[in-house]
Design a protein around this ligand. Sequence first.
Ligand code: NDP
Ligand code: GUA
Length: 468
Amino acid sequence: MERAHAGGAATFDVTDPATGAVVGTVADHGPHSALQALGEAHDAFPSWSATPPRRRSEILTGAHRGMIAAKDRLAALIVAENGKSRADAEAEVGYAAEFFRWYAEEAVRIPGHFGTAPGGGVRNVVSRAPVGVAALITPWNFPAAMATRKLAPALAAGCTAVLKPAAETPLTALAIEEILLEAGVPEGAVRVVPTTAAAPVVSAWIADRRVRKLSFTGSTGVGRTLLSQCADRVLNTSMELGGNAPFVVAEDADIDAAVQGAMIAKFRNSGQACTAANRFYVHRRVADAFVERFGRAVEALKVGPGEQGADIGPVISERQADGIRSLVESAVADGARVAHRAEVSPDLPRTFVAPTVLTGVAPDAAVVREEVFGPVAPVLVWEDEDELVEQANATEYGLASYVYAGSADAAMRIGERLEAGMVGINRGLVSDPSAPFGGVKQSGLGREGADLGLDEYLEPTYFSVAWS
Ligand SMILES: NC(=O)C1=CN([C@@H]2O[C@H](COP(=O)(O)OP(=O)(O)OC[C@H]3O[C@@H](n4cnc5c(N)ncnc54)[C@H](OP(=O)(O)O)[C@@H]3O)[C@@H](O)[C@H]2O)C=CC1
Ligand SMILES: O=C(O)CCCC(=O)O
């Protein structure tokens, strides 16, 4: 599985987090070749933005088909470079491809506005134009979906793009670039630029006047740094940052359904998602039943390499694994109890972390306050709804939250009080290309998916037309 890409002699290896084996080698772009790629995207912009929406739509439809046809190959690449289970990888390919289909349908329906100014004699005409060349920065946790969630609306809007994938997972993004070219995206309109020098490459793009848009998915810390760099040029930005999702179980919830939702919300992608349930608030009356059933489901999880039928693969790196373990150790040192834990063979490398349920966790424990990004579920007990809401909102993050309740009234009442851009009501999965994905507070700016995701790549122009 080897991919190289024009862009200079330097290369870097991509490794499998399940084994440490090298699974690919790619060009390592520095700022110079990254700016050349930007030049290509800039040159391609006039023609792509003038391409009829119907044709752009057909090309995106072709990209959707191309991804579905390449599902096995793409899933294998994702497992190899990210480590997730084969089932998670296949689900990701379907989810990622769907962004192309959704935005193929949106490309031909970009709305405008025609209205009469209240004073009369003037018509307000509003049209929307592509913002220009977009620089897209993606993380390693969803190597396909994070790329298509940005590329699809950018291309639908008429933008061209340079995309920097995470250094851990460039192979999937390169495969998607090829699929786009095969579907008819012109040479240069999309350039994937792997690098081990993220900061200088991205800074060079941000400083370059040809870039008119930055869309970033990753940690809040890096997002903050990029926002301050973008301030110098007042660059249009979209930011999908970290999360710390509360998962609330009310006393009248269907416990089996809540456990099923919790398994998805917590263990999809081994917990490495910004939408992952980070802390569980379970009503005292149902806490024992929930922990017992949730614990049984967790203990049944099979941990192992993604291609060997495991439910839970490795996390992305030893550093990440050590960080997750130390959150568990510090919670236990402060009185928490490991109530349930899945088995991990001692023969597996250190990147494999045991899925764990913690009880008796202090509300201000680091495992509750910080984004765990791993398969660990701290469970806290609540009784008073005001206190629950206060604790759930006591975070700078505001991305996703989840509520399980028996009555729609209770579910919506609690859901509306949670500070989050997305609320799963009796569902453990909120991600959907047809819905606006994004957060409030320090979880980000802007939305991806749905019609709002397209808006991020369009600028309104208002024509004030004398018209008697
Ligand atoms: N919201 C989300 O989806 C994600 C959140 N996270 C959170 O962040 C933590 C750390 O993960 P990590 O991978 O380090 O996330 P980062 O935020 O560091 O990485 C995300 C992307 O930003 C790039 N990047 C990193 N530093 C810079 C920089 N200074 N300038 C420009 N680009 C940069 C990375 O490139 P490169 O890979 O080459 O460093 C990658 O493409 C996780 O534990 C998790 O809590 C992580 C990933 C996704
Ligand atoms: O962690 C992320 O930013 C990706 C969330 C995956 C999803 O879309 O559900």
